[in-house]
Design a protein around this ligand. Structure first.
Ligand SMILES: CC(C)(COP(=O)(O)OP(=O)(O)OC[C@H]1O[C@@H](n2cnc3c(N)ncnc32)[C@H](O)[C@@H]1OP(=O)(O)O)[C@@H](O)C(=O)NCCC(=O)NCCS
Length: 295
């Protein structure tokens, strides 16, 4: 079978290698950074979340990720014809689970994927995402001044439970509690590129955790991705998230990274305001294209 379900043990290294290579080359279809993909993988096993790979032996030439109705597909530039098979796989799986529609993210300069999608009756929608980037220079970025009573630390195994609570507090909405838990956290920290020293946290002098992010270093593309990031609702609008972003810039500079990136969506204007005020700039936009699956 050319397109088959992702098998973590067999495919993880090859999939991370593919997305890393595509990003390093600057392929128009390179959406994933290996770090963000490792963060996504915590959802494996949840209903509606699945990944397929287009493989040849142990080599992976393309992948498709579906989270409910949201879809990302990308294929090596020498195998763009495989985008058709990857989309076919996603559409048939989404039909089986009765999704009324799906949205595939397409970078504005990705003519290959747009051509395939339009030929399959996808339509541009009002939803979009964007890649925000900070290009690192020769000089180290400066640190933010923290408000009195706060300090910058890093995640350690001893802080696991407090960290999971902080993430849940930052990402829960009224009537929509975060699904993050110890099981997912253990999956994330077991990922090959996870590093405790790239998880900066702002804590009070009494040890209460206020803001955090995970950041992921990919030496092949010389890029660090921030994913996820949040501030506890009790500590917002004090500059803590800004301090976290600036800390990632400093740690990334020390690693020799060329740039730091984070993905935003049209549904989260607060995050966009934060990253723009912290000095990141929009590098490219992904337009979500919609396919009505109907009956
Ligand atoms: C977005 C979020 C991280 C901001 O955290 P924060 O610690 O309050 O951010 P800061 O205090 O550093 O804010 C810096 C700037 O971001 C912008 N900003 C932050 N929150 C904002 C909001 N609710 N509305 C508009 N602008 C906002 C402002 O420009 C702000 O500067 P100002 O306070 O001087 O006006 C926080 O609201 C959060 O955790 N949200 C849920 C999780 C999330 O969306 N994470 C980001 C996506 S990865």
């Amino acid at each position: 079978m050319r397109v088959r379900p992702f098998d973590r043990d067999r495919d993880l290294a090859a999939v991370l290698g593919l997305v890393s290579r595509m990003r390093a080359r600057g392929d128009p279809g390179a959406i994933f950074h290996p770090g963000g993909l490792q963060w996504w993988l915590r959802r494996l096993g949840r209903t509606g979340f699945e990944i397929a790979v287009r493989s040849e032996g142990d080599d992976v030439l393309g992948l498709a990720l579906r989270d409910g109705c949201d879809v990302i597909v990308q294929a090596d530039s020498a195998h763009l014809a495989d985008l058709v098979e990857l989309l076919e796989w996603v559409e048939s799986r989404a039909r089986e689970t009765h999704e009324p529609e799906i949205f595939v993210s397409i970078a504005e300069d990705d003519d290959a994927l747009r051509g395939v999608a339009l030929s399959r009756k996808y339509q541009p929608s009002e939803r979009y995402g964007y890649e925000l980037v900070y290009e690192l220079a020769a000089e180290p970025p400066s640190a933010s001044l923290l408000p009195a009573g706060f300090e910058m630390i890093s995640l350690t195994p001893a802080l696991t439970d407090a960290y999971v609570e902080l993430h849940r507090a930052a990402w829960s909405r009224p009537n929509a509690p975060s699904t993050y838990d110890r099981r997912q956290h253990d999956l994330v920290t077991a990922m090959p590129d996870f590093r405790y020293d790239l998880v900066p946290i702002v804590a009070t002098s009494l040890g209460t955790l206020g803001a955090y992010c995970m950041s992921w270093w990919d030496p092949r593309s010389s890029a660090v991705e921030i994913e996820p990031l949040g501030t506890h609702p009790d500590f917002r609008r004090k500059g803590l998230a800004t301090a976290i972003v600036h800390e990632v810039l400093r740690r990334s500079w020390a690693l020799g990274a060329k740039y730091v990136l984070v993905w935003g969506t049209s549904g989260n204007p607060e995050a966009k305001a934060l990253y723009l005020s912290a000095g990141l700039r929009i590098r490219r936009v992904l337009r979500d294209h919609r396919l009505a699956l109907g009956s």
